[in-house]
Design a protein around this ligand. Structure first.
Ligand code: AMP
Length: 412
């Protein structure tokens, strides 16, 4: 990430940190790689990620390790290992960093990409689902994506009571329509039938449009939970579309799943963030039954969405004040002034290379400085410096005594 993009990344993380803190989320940093089993167990053997996208290698002790393809598995592994979920309560965590998937690269799809995500572990209540969805939407709004550019899709994927039967219904549907479906979807009937809803093959899309919908087969508890999530979202004034075919690519999801898509600028990779509930995941890692849910959003796609919306990422100037020197005799003073400005909290830069005054003004403009302090022998003799407004080109003399404070006042 070159500086321009890295600055944007910092802007997104800063916005996330500030917003997530208001919702009670604390930071967590997990390793870039884990024992492979952490991912195979949680994400599921039959998923695209585990079956074909992981960067897996053995280390010098012949242990199988994998570069993390997503954040949730590591956070859950860590929460369990360090008993982070308080008895009878919940913990809220957020992470940010690179993820690795061996996917076919294209616009908005990289093999190393960056995610920011949150996880709330220990709470089953539907109000938490609505809250997590709200954080995702509010984040995109806060960084500048217009609400009208986003589409929030939600669905319920049921639980262990109703999902097995529905999976079987879909598997049967696939077998009945095997000839019209691609090879992979036929295979999915045996491994992961719900993923057939995600197939991009036009023939499969057409056939799967007729498949039975989970909405009609949810058990009462899941249906009530889903209804309650929608009511809370309504209460927040967050608009959503119910998409009964939204099945997210990981095995661990139960009940609520959601995704935010944008139309402009992303082509087929139009999902900028998504997540869901995973009430059985902690048990899969050997923990006590502990509900949980979260989301992850992609940094690169968020930037593309911002670009498409014409949003400029705010970039603070590299220097608010530039210190120019008329000749080398005043170098020591210029050096001292620059340092004094920085200690006052002002971003300041000076000429280290004895360039012409014209070249120094140019540099000041390039750095975005609003003021230039001109240090010259004549001014110094009078106990003053000249301060030039880079916008209006007006110049005023300012006493050296208390200069930094005066400049701070001028900037304000
Ligand atoms: P997922 O973990 O697959 O649910 O993805 C969550 C978000 O991460 C997506 O909405 C994307 O914004 C982003 N994402 C996932 N895979 C990639 C990738 N290969 N390249 C860039 N962004 C990605």
């Amino acid at each position: 990430m070159l500086p321009e993009v890295a600055r944007a990344w910092e802007y997104l993380t800063r916005t996330a940190q500030e917003l997530f803190a208001r919702y009670g989320y604390e930071p967590i940093y997990t390793p870039l790689f884990e024992h492979t089993e952490v991912f195979t167990r949680g994400i599921g053997e039959a998923t695209d990620i585990v079956s074909k996208e992981m960067y897996t290698f053995t280390d010098r002790s012949d242990r199988s390790l994998t570069l993390r393809p997503e954040g949730t598995a590591s956070v859950v592994r860590s929460a369990l290992e360090h008993s982070l979920v308080p008895q009878g309560s919940y913990v809220k965590l957020y992470y940010a960093g690179p993820m690795f998937r061996y996917e076919r690269p294209q616009k908005g799809r990289m093999r190393q990409f960056w995610q920011i995500g949150i996880e709330c572990l220990g709470a089953a209540e539907p109000s938490v689902d609505a809250e997590v969805i709200a954080v995702l939407i509010r984040f995109f709004e806060a960084v500048g994506i217009p609400l009208e550019n986003m589409r929030l899709l939600i669905n319920s994927m049921g639980d262990e009571t109703c999902r097995p039967a529905y999976r079987e219904t879909v598997a049967t549907f696939i077998r009945d329509h095997g000839e019209a479906l691609c090879e992979e979807c036929n295979r999915r009937a045996e491994t992961n039938p719900l993923r057939a809803f995600d197939c991009k093959n036009p023939g499969c899309v057409e056939v799967m449009a007729e498949a039975p919908l989970f909405r009609d087969e949810l058990c009462d508890e899941c249906a009530d939970h889903y209804e309650a999530v929608k009511e809370y979202l309504d209460g927040l004034g967050i608009t959503y579309e119910e998409d009964p075919k939204l099945v997210r690519g990981l095995d661990y999801y139960t009940r609520t799943v959601f995704e935010v898509q944008v139309d402009a600028g992303l082509g087929s990779q139009n999902a900028i963030g998504g997540g869901g509930r995973y009430d059985r995941l902690m048990e899969q890692y050997g923990g006590k039954p502990t509900p949980g849910l979260g989301f992850a959003l992609g940094f690169e796609r968020t930037l593309l969405a911002l670009e498409a919306a014409g949003v400029e990422i705010p970039a603070p100037p590299l220097a608010e004040v530039y210190v120019a020197r008329v000749d080398e005799s005043v170098s020591g003073m210029a050096f001292g002034f620059t340092s004094a400005l920085r200690e006052t909290g002002i971003a300041a830069e000076m000429d280290h290379q004895a360039r012409s005054l014209k070249a120094q003004f140019k540099q000041a403009d390039r750095l975005g400085a609003r003021l230039t302090v001109i240090v010259g022998p004549d001014e110094l003799d009078a106990g003053e410096v000249t301060v030039r407004d880079m916008g209006t080109k007006e110049e005023v003399r300012v006493p050296i005594e208390g200069m930094a404070g005066r400049i701070a006042a001028l900037l304000a």
